[in-house]
Design a protein around this ligand. Structure first.
Ligand SMILES: Nc1ncnc2c1ncn2[C@@H]1O[C@H](COP(=O)(O)OP(=O)(O)OP(=O)(O)O)[C@@H](O)[C@H]1O
Ligand SMILES: [Mg+2]
Length: 314
């Protein structure tokens, strides 16, 4: 069998990836194409196969089915070459808690056989603003600083691909924002980034999105195209009684999803005229104010999940 050719312009190009654990398929027929320099947001509920997919991309797990390339290298046969040029930030803190920040960075620099590990570590400390804390034990750091250290260690060898698995889970909004500014700076230099996240504001900062549900990639593409092609019509309703209004709307013609956002409801469906008739009728009864809106990515994901769960129950 000849190896698949690496497609020009694509940092990640995998097709039909499948993975089973103890006979249970947790990733099913997953195909992802990501151009160089793109930030790809990888979303989906807990246990849906994101980490498993990321591990298959960098050769830490062998797929049971499917094939493809990362950075032009075959994921099955050239994983050592992929790992050399990839920074992988695992979901769980992967560094030594009983080494200092500096020691951890030097250790990683040696792992990558960098010519001047001490200088490499020093440069990374400086770049990421960690100099003041260089002698602190990694295990004593707060969540946000652990995350900065993890990022610093996975970019030491100047990777061309970053695989970030929930890199900002539990990190405060300001630190998350700074983290994403750094991610964008890497992408501007041509680095490709695949980042799994549960945060919708982070999804909105990505060039492309994949939404995985029960091991299946249900949504894949550029954010604007996903919104345009969703076929989802959404109304925003301002109300004093979101809980009562939600109950009145659920199950009515055209209403496929209702979610609360503070004192607002987002009501969505794919049958525009049925939805419009229901929203007009119910809001008139309540004296609530409704207006059409462009669906958010979150609206689309919740709708996708609701539809898939309904399908599974039938
Ligand atoms: N090594 C393993 N052995 C057996 N089952 C596993 C293994 N790794 C993952 N799984 C199972 O595979 C499924 C997918 O897990 P995975 O960690 O890929 O999900 P995830 O989307 O990353 O979830 P989360 O958002 O919680 O991190 C889960 O049901 C999990 O229990
Ligand atoms: Mg995970």
């Amino acid at each position: 069998m000849t190896a698949p050719a690496a497609p020009a312009g694509l940092a990640i190009s995998v097709h039909g990836l499948t993975k089973k654990f103890a006979g249970r398929e947790v990733v099913h027929d997953c195909s992802i194409d990501v151009p160089y320099g793109t930030i790809y947001g990888f979303l989906g509920p807990n246990g849906t196969g994101k980490t498993t997919t990321i591990r298959m991309l960098c050769g830490l797990l062998t797929p049971d089915g499917g094939e493809g390339t990362c950075l032009g290298y075959n994921i099955r046969t050239q994983s050592a070459l992929i790992k050399r040029q990839t920074g992988y930030m695992p979901q769980k803190f992967g560094l030594y808690e009983d080494l200092t920040i500096r020691e951890n960075l030097e250790f990683v620099a040696r792992l990558y056989e960098m010519p001047a590990p001490a200088k490499t570590a020093q440069d990374a400390l400086h770049r990421l603003g960690l100099e003041q804390r260089q002698n602190q034990l990694a295990g004593e750091l707060s969540g946000g600083w652990k995350q900065r250290l993890s990022l610093a260690s996975c970019i030491l060898h100047a990777p061309r691909l970053l695989l970030l698995d929930e890199a900002t889970a539990g990190v405060d909004p300001k630190a998350r924002r700074e983290f994403w500014d750094e991610i964008h700076a890497f992408a501007a230099q041509g680095v490709t980034i695949l980042a799994s996240t549960h945060y919708m504001d982070e999804a909105e900062r990505c060039h492309m999105i994949g939404y995985l549900l029960n091991g299946r990639l249900l949504v894949h593409g550029r954010a604007a195209d996903i919104i345009a092609q969703s076929g989802l019509v959404t109304w925003r309703i301002a109300t004093d009684d979101p809980v009562g209004l939600k109950k009145r709307l659920e199950g009515r013609p055209g209403v496929e999803m209702v979610s609360s956002f503070g004192a607002e409801l987002h009501v969505a469906g794919t049958d525009a005229s049925a939805l419009s008739a229901t929203v007009t009728e119910i809001t008139a009864q309540q004296g609530a104010k409704a207006e059409p809106m462009t669906p958010t990515l979150e609206d689309i994901f919740i709708h996708t999940m609701t539809k898939a769960n309904l399908g599974a129950e039938q």
